[in-house]
Write a protein that binds this ligand. Structure first.
Ligand SMILES: *[C@@H]1O[C@H](CO)[C@@H](O)[C@H](O)[C@H]1NC(C)=O
Ligand SMILES: *[C@@H]1O[C@H](CO)[C@@H](O)[C@H](O)[C@H]1NC(C)=O
Ligand SMILES: *[C@@H]1O[C@H](CO)[C@@H](O)[C@H](O)[C@H]1NC(C)=O
Ligand SMILES: *[C@@H]1O[C@H](CO)[C@@H](O)[C@H](O)[C@H]1NC(C)=O
Length: 517
C-alpha cells in the first residue's frame, strides 16, 4: 500500500527532525490506519500525504470491508473533488488551517446534507427526500474544510421504530457487524459511525444520542464517544427523537480526535434555539487545551454502585475496573466510592419516570416538523411513515420487527397534562438524584461501566465521554468506561478522559481481517 509507505517515511522524518539526534531510535510502525487527525495534519503539512490520497485510501477500505461490516450506507460522489479543493487551499494558504481541513468525516444517516447524499435514518420512507439545507453541524464541518465522505448506518429511526428491531439494523443499511467479533453486538443507534471508525473506514465520525446512542456503540466497538451537553451542538437538520434530549457528538478512535471534531461542530446556530443558551459553556480557546496528561490530578470521581451492577458477577470485568480505579487514583484523582443515587430505580424505569411517554409525544411533534420542512419527500408526516412501512412491509421487515413505537407515538396528541406531569417528574428525578449527588459530594464526574449511566445523563441533557477500557477475556467483546458530569462540564470530562486514555492506551485495532471473511 503506497500510502502506508509514505506514512512510515513521514514518521521517520519526524524522528530525525524532532528527536534529539537519536537516529538509532526504532522507527514506529505507524500506518495511515489508526492515524489521528494530528498525524494527518502533520503529513499534509510535510507534503507526504494529500487529502485526495487519504480519501482514496478510505474508499478502498470501504470497498474491501463494508460488505462484511455494513457501517457505511452511502459514499459521497463528491468526496474526491472536496479533497482536491482542500489540497488546493492548503497549497495556496500560508496560515494555520482548521483542524478538520481536508479530513474525511462520516455522518450518521439522520444528519442532513444538501448534496448528492440521501438522509434517511436508514429507512426507505425517506429515500429520495430532498432536505432544505445542510444540518447545522454539517455547515460547520464544511466551513472548516472537512471532506464529507458519506453516511453511516444506524439502528433504523434511531431505534424509535420498534424495540424488537435489532441494534445496528436498518432497511437501507442491513445489519451492521461488530468489527471485533461478528458474534458480539454492535449496540446502537449510532452503530455505523462506531463500526466505521473502529475498522478504519474513515478518520472521524458524527453520531447522535437521545439515550445511550453514542455511549453504547462507542463502548461496544472500542472507540471514543462524546455525548455533548444538549444544545452545545446544533440539532437543526437532524432527524429527531426528542429536542429535550437529542445531541450530536463525535465518535472517533482517540479522545484528541473527538475533541478536534467537537471544537469544529459546537456553537450557535440560528436554526436551533438551544445553541444560544448552551454557547455559554464553550471555553475561550476551545476544548483542545484540556487534553492534558495530568488531567486527572485533583479530580473528584463518584463511583455509583448501580453503574457497575451489571458486571458484579463477572470476575474479569470487576477486576478490570478495580484495576482502572487504581490507575485513576495513581493519576491523582480522588475516588468517592459506594455512592447511591437515591431515586436511581425510578430514573432507570423509563415507563414510570415518564421518559418514554414524553419522548413519544416529543417525537411526533419534532418528526412532523422535520418532515414538513423537507422540499420533497415520499412521506410528509409520521402517519405517512407508518403507512409507507405497511406498503413496503417486506423490505422494511414490518412482520419481523414491527413498528410499535412509531404507532404509539402517532397516538399521542401534543404535550398534554400527562406529558407535562412526566416532564416535571423527570426534572425532579434529575435534581433530587444525579444533580444532588454531584453537588453533595463536590464531584467533577461520575464513573460508569459502558452505558450504565446513559439514562441518568439523558434525562437532564448532561454530557458524557466514553473511552475504551478493555476486551472481555472469554466473550471477546470490547467495553468502555464512561465519565459523565453536569451541564457544560466537557472541559473537566475531557481532562479526565484524556488522562485515563493516555495512562492506559487500551484501544487496539480490530484483529479480524474483514476483507477476507
Ligand atoms: C509564509 O509564512 C512564512 C512564515 O510565517 C514566511 O516566512 C513566508 O515568506 C510566507 N510565504 C508566503 C508565500 O507568503
Ligand atoms: C440517493 O438517492 C438517489 C435516489 O434519489 C439515488 O439515486 C442515489 O444513488 C443516492 N445517493 C447516493 C450517493 O447513494
Ligand atoms: C400506500 O399505498 C396506497 C395504495 O397503493 C397509496 O395510496 C398510498 O399513497 C401509499 N402511502 C405511502 C405513504 O406510501
Ligand atoms: C467471538 O466471541 C465469541 C463469544 O462471544 C467467542 O467464543 C469467540 O472466540 C470470539 N471470536 C474471536 C475471533 O475473538
Amino acid at each position: 500500500m503506497a500510502i502506508t509507505i509514505l506514512f512510515s517515511f513521514l514518521f521517520l522524518i519526524c524522528i530525525l527532525s524532532y528527536g534529539s539526534g537519536t537516529i538509532t531510535a526504532k522507527r514506529p510502525k505507524i500506518t495511515i490506519e489508526e492515524a489521528t487527525v494530528d498525524d494527518l495534519q502533520l503529513a499534509f503539512k510535510l507534503k507526504t500525504l494529500t487529502s485526495r490520497q487519504l480519501v482514496l485510501f478510505y474508499l478502498d477500505q470501504i470497498r474491501k470491508l463494508n460488505k462484511n461490516l455494513g457501517g457505511v450506507i452511502e459514499v459521497n460522489p463528491d468526496a474526491l473533488s472536496q479533497a482536491d479543493i482542500a489540497d488546493k487551499q492548503r497549497c495556496e494558504c500560508n496560515h494555520t488551517l482548521p483542524k478538520l481541513h481536508g479530513i474525511p468525516v462520516l455522518l450518521k444517516d439522520n444528519i442532513a446534507t444538501k448534496d448528492k447524499l440521501n438522509t434517511t435514518a436508514g429507512s426507505f420512507a425517506l429515500f429520495r427526500s430532498i432536505v432544505p439545507r445542510d444540518a447545522g453541524v454539517v455547515s460547520k464541518l464544511r466551513r472548516s474544510g472537512a471532506v464529507i465522505l458519506g453516511k453511516a448506518s444506524l439502528t433504523e429511526w434511531c431505534h424509535f421504530r420498534s424495540f424488537r428491531a435489532p441494534n445496528g439494523w436498518s432497511a437501507r443499511g442491513s445489519q451492521g457487524m461488530n468489527p471485533y467479533n461478528s458474534s458480539v453486538e454492535v449496540c446502537g443507534s449510532s452503530s455505523g459511525p462506531a463500526i466505521s471508525v473502529a475498522a478504519n473506514m474513515v478518520s472521524v465520525t458524527l453520531g447522535t444520542e437521545t439515550d445511550g446512542s453514542i455511549i453504547c456503540p462507542a463502548s461496544f466497538n472500542s472507540v471514543v464517544g462524546i455525548k455533548p451537553t444538549v444544545g452545545l451542538t446544533s440539532r437543526a437538520g437532524v432527524i429527531p427523537i426528542s429536542p429535550r434530549q437529542d445531541t450530536v457528538g463525535p465518535i472517533c478512535r482517540t479522545v484528541a480526535d473527538a475533541v478536534n471534531v467537537l471544537d469544529t461542530i459546537v456553537g450557535i446556530d440560528s436554526n436551533d434555539k438551544a445553541t444560544s443558551e448552551a454557547s455559554k459553556y464553550i471555553p475561550v480557546g476551545g476544548y483542545g487545551q484540556f487534553l492534558r496528561h495530568n488531567g486527572l490530578k485533583g479530580k473528584r470521581l463518584g463511583i455509583v454502585n448501580k453503574f457497575f451492577d451489571s458486571i458484579k458477577d463477572d470476575t474479569f470485568l470487576s477486576q478490570t475496573f478495580v484495576h482502572h480505579f487504581t490507575t485513576l487514583r495513581k493519576q491523582g484523582a480522588v475516588l468517592v466510592e459506594n455512592l447511591q443515587i437515591s431515586n436511581i430505580q425510578d430514573v432507570l424505569d423509563s415507563d414510570t419516570s415518564g421518559e418514554f411517554d414524553t419522548m413519544l409525544a416529543e417525537f411526533k411533534i419534532a418528526l412532523n416538523g422535520y418532515l414538513s420542512d423537507l422540499v420533497k419527500s415520499p412521506v410528509k408526516s409520521l402517519s405517512e411513515v407508518i403507512e409507507f412501512n405497511k406498503n413496503h412491509s417486506k423490505v422494511e421487515k414490518i412482520i419481523e420487527f414491527g413498528q410499535d413505537v412509531l404507532e404509539l407515538a402517532e397516538k399521542t396528541n401534543g404535550m398534554g397534562p400527562k406529558e407535562q406531569d412526566a416532564l416535571s417528574n423527570l426534572k425532579r428525578l434529575s435534581k433530587c438524584g444525579f444533580e444532588k449527588l454531584m453537588t453533595d459530594h463536590s464531584l467533577d464526574a461520575l464513573v460508569a461501566y459502558a452505558s450504565g449511566a446513559s439514562t441518568v445523563l439523558a434525562i437532564g441533557g448532561f454530557p458524557g465521554i466514553v473511552v475504551p477500557a478493555g476486551y472481555h477475556n472469554t466473550e471477546k467483546y470490547p467495553f468502555g468506561i464512561c465519565f459523565g458530569g453536569l451541564k457544560g462540564s466537557e472541559p473537566k470530562l475531557i481532562e479526565i478522559a484524556y488522562a485515563f486514555e493516555q495512562a492506559t492506551k487500551i484501544r487496539t485495532k480490530p484483529p479480524v481481517d474483514w476483507s477476507l471473511s
